[in-house]
Design a protein around this ligand. Structure first.
Ligand code: DLL
Length: 433
């Protein structure tokens, strides 16, 4: 059974009453079972009984990625190991991986959240879902898989990689929904093309893409190339995995946060001050139903803003705008802050530019040098050098005009930039080596 759908359109007041009840239970569990959370309460001079309304949550300290690392691997679990039925871990690209656990009920909650996400993204029981998110420690594959089964759709557990074989499956089995990272979806289309298969002739209706930032312009490009409606799905291992927030296919304008399970806040990343709706800052989550791995005011490092306006789909749950990037992915180039997705937006506005790019940051003396490597279409490359130079100049100018940052632009041949089977590697920061 997919439960909880009734919460999606609930009046605010009723939802908040439920949130508060669930929050209290989570705080009690954290305080009683996780030494780290007990210490956090003690440091703030509080006990769970002092939290008497939703607003009071703000009195508690934040939990950071470092806190999870310090308790590696199982120190944050709130239930005995015998009640943990599943373990996942984040990729650990920015350091030691963080390990998360689920009870049987957590797995069921997550499956329902993913079923609701797939539904919001246009999927129904009658659909065949080609699930190209990686299976394994990464939460994408199994998260989407359980959600698809819960929904009652037919899921093809193809995972990432083996791309040519995937194209054959897509042609022969006729899946109608694609779940993948946006960059891998583009790679699938590219390989299909090489094999003489046009993605647009396949049966796909919706693509449910997430796990990495992708700009609005990238969405346009993907929809055009793949011939489907592309919707955004957000989540992170620490909070549950995919299914924390989901765009509805009706509006495609921001992702509804499943507030019956997660309480969002936006904070100023420097001061920790809680910001009002509409202001941009770092997203913070408190889980209110998870048993094995509750998180209290977890700082995601993802940058976005919240939008409480009613949505045409009828959901009353607050929306988060597309994530522009992670605070730790933000490049500071000679004092100017830039997110890779902002550069992506500029690139995707231009003709003859392919949606494959990489940013390389070097330091020469005390100067930061940003090089934007971007693929251009086949036809451009066979053109005269002069045309390419003109194009480099134009991109450099657009980046300067829109983002205020000077970059070196290097046009490269189609397929010169390595493709990934999961999250794309957009930044190579040689300053960190
Ligand atoms: O990426 C979970 C997921 C799987 C989400 C499949 C969506 C689809 P992690 O590997 O823990 O979990 O990485 C979480 O990825 O903090 C964001 O920085 C980024 N991220 C996830 N979804 C989006 C999105 C999964 N839609 C981290 N837009 C998060 C932008 C995203 N960034």
């Amino acid at each position: 059974m997919i439960y909880d759908i009734e919460y999606e359109t609930m009046p605010r007041e009723a939802l908040e009453a439920i949130q508060f009840r669930r929050l209290k239970a989570t705080l009690d569990r954290g305080y009683a079972s996780v030494p780290f959370y007990r210490k956090q309460f003690e440091a703030a001079g509080l006990t769970p009984g002092d939290i008497q309304c939703l607003q009071d949550l703000q009195r508690l300290p934040f939990t950071t990625k470092q806190d999870l690392r310090d308790n590696y691997p199982f120190g944050m679990f709130a239930v005995p190991m015998e009640n943990v039925v599943r373990i996942h871990a984040s990729s650990g690209t920015t350091g030691q991986p963080t390990v998360v656990g689920y009870t049987a009920r957590d797995v069921d909650t997550w499956a329902s959240l993913m079923a609701r996400s797939l539904m919001a993204g246009g999927a129904t029981r009658g659909d065949i879902i080609h699930n190209a998110y990686g299976y394994g420690l990464f939460t994408g594959g199994l998260g989407a898989h359980y959600g698809a089964e819960k929904l009652g759709a037919s899921v093809i557990p193809v995972s990432g990689g083996n791309t040519k074989r995937q194209v054959v499956i897509m042609k022969d089995f006729g899946p109608t929904i694609l779940t993948a990272t946006p960059s891998y979806a583009l790679h699938l289309a590219e390989v299909a093309d090489e094999m003489g298969v046009s993605f647009r002739d396949l049966k796909f209706k919706y693509g449910i893409f997430g796990a990495e930032p992708w700009s609005e312009n990238m969405r346009g490009d993907i929809e055009e190339k793949l011939g489907l409606v592309a919707v955004d799905i957000y989540g992170l291992s620490e909070v549950i995995g995919p299914g924390v927030a989901m765009e509805c296919h009706e509006a495609k304008k921001g992702l509804h946060i499943f507030e019956d399970h997660f309480i969002p806040e936006i904070i100023n990343p420097e001061t920790g001050e809680v910001l009002p709706y509409g202001e941009t800052g770092e997203l913070v989550f408190t889980s209110i139903t998870k048993e094995a791995f509750p998180v209290i005011r977890y700082r995601t490092r993802d940058i976005t803003s919240l939008n409480p306006e009613p949505c045409i789909c009828g959901r009353t749950m607050v929306r988060m705008n597309k994530v522009s990037g992670r605070s730790d992915d933000m490049l500071i180039i000679r004092g100017v802050n830039v997110f890779p997705s902002q550069i992506e937006s500029v690139l995707m506005e231009m003709q003859n530019v392919e949606p494959h790019y990489q940013l390389v940051v070097d330091r020469e003396g005390s100067l930061d040098i940003l090089t934007v490597m971007v693929e251009v279409s086949e036809t451009m490359f066979s053109d005269e050098v002069k045309t390419l130079q003109g194009m480099e100049k134009e991109i450099t100018k657009n980046i300067k005009d829109y983002l205020g940052v000077s970059a070196k632009v290097k046009l490269v041949e189609p397929k010169a930039i390595a493709r990934s089977q999961g999250k794309a590697v957009r930044v190579i920061d040689n300053r960190k080596i």
